[in-house]
Design a protein around this ligand. Structure first.
Ligand SMILES: NCc1[nH]cc(CCC(=O)O)c1CC(=O)O
Length: 325
């Protein structure tokens, strides 16, 4: 008996199951962003007992990735990393968006909610090209486009020259190798997540403070999407959330953003958090710092510290915190 035509042609053949994903997570396309999105996916799959295909990663090009030739602080535009992913969320093309929280504005569109903060990685900056800040050669060129890193370096080493350097982590390391700068500073968290663990010397937080939210990955979703919020909340890490919320409350109260020369540190003290912050003038000549002890979720303590810092700050500092909310 001849085989039915449909079998000969392969119709009705069992195909591999292409289950519709339970979640579509948007991410930027840089190697670091993809590594962070992969981490979010594996944590979600582990928490819910899903296999990998349950979470689809959707790469989206951000405006900040299209501009490669100028320091971002100079462009001054906000939402360089978030605008496109916000739109994709708004249009329902993705269910969640994975971000380096450090790059996420303190004031977000009201339709969005940060549904998960992943366990925070190493918060420190890493110095590449010298063994310590003291060991940086006299007059060296320090490659950084981050006002916080530039000001903090000039405060410690007024003899160095700051040169702008941009691009993703690998690009910046290769620019250093190509001689565009003598030393540079990178987030330990980014290096760690890229598997670049042998690079540079981590700077201890007693001599060098990181940026607000450094090392934290956040997943945002639509505030009115309770199902996704619920799925994402399974991987929310309470202690990390408490720390970054305090740091972001301070930054918001300062009227700062990710281009402001503000350095912070949160340390757990039992049930409370010690929040330390330092503000700098652009040339690093002026500095003011302070510490406050807060409870998780308290925005009033960080706000009080911000007001106290601004009250004690010199003009070269306050001019940088002119209420860019
Ligand atoms: N501004 C770019 C950026 N945003 C997040 C990270 C690294 C990861 C993190 O800090 O959480 C980096 C690179 C860097 O600062 O070296």
């Amino acid at each position: 008996m001849p085989l039915p035509l449909r079998l000969l042609l392969g119709y009705g053949k069992r195909r591999p199951m292409t289950a519709t994903p339970k979640l579509r997570l948007g991410t930027r396309r840089s190697p670091l962003a993809m590594a962070q999105a992969e981490e979010a996916r594996s944590r979600l799959c582990a928490a819910h007992g899903w296999d990998e295909s349950a979470v689809e990663l959707v790469p989206v090009v951000a405006s900040g990735d299209r501009i490669q030739d100028r320091p971002l602080a100079e462009i001054g535009g906000k939402a360089l990393w978030t605008k496109e992913l916000d739109e994709w969320l708004d249009e329902g093309r993705i269910d969640g968006a994975v971000h380096s929280l450090k790059d996420v504005e303190t004031v977000r569109p009201s339709f969005l909610a940060i549904a998960a903060i992943l366990p925070r990685a190493d918060v420190r900056d890493v110095l590449v090209g010298a063994a310590s800040i003291r060991a940086i050669p006299e007059g060296a060129r320090v490659g950084t486009s981050a006002p916080r890193r530039a000001a903090q370096m000039l405060y410690r080493r007024p003899d160095v020259t700051i040169v702008p350097i941009r691009g993703n982590v690998a690009t910046r390391i290769s620019k250093l190798a190509a001689g565009e700068a003598d030393v540079t500073l990178l987030a330990a968290a980014g290096l760690e997540r890229l598997g670049e663990t042998g690079v540079g010397t981590p700077l201890e937080t007693d001599e060098w403070l990181p940026a607000p939210s450094q090392g934290a990955i956040a997943i945002e979703c639509r505030a009115y999407d309770p199902q996704t919020r619920d799925l994402l909340s399974a991987i929310d890490h309470g202690p990390s959330r408490a720390a970054v919320e305090a740091e972001r409350a301070l930054l918001a109260a300062l009227g700062g953003n990710c281009h402001s020369p503000v350095a912070v540190l949160t340390e757990r003290r039992g049930e409370t958090i010690a929040l330390t912050a330092a503000l700098y003038s652009a040339d690093g000549a002026e500095r003011v710092d302070g510490t406050v002890t807060v409870s998780p979720g308290d925005r009033e303590g960080p706000t009080r510290l911000a007001a106290d810092l601004l009250a004690r700050a010199t003009a070269g500092i306050t001019v940088l915190f002119a209420g860019d909310r």
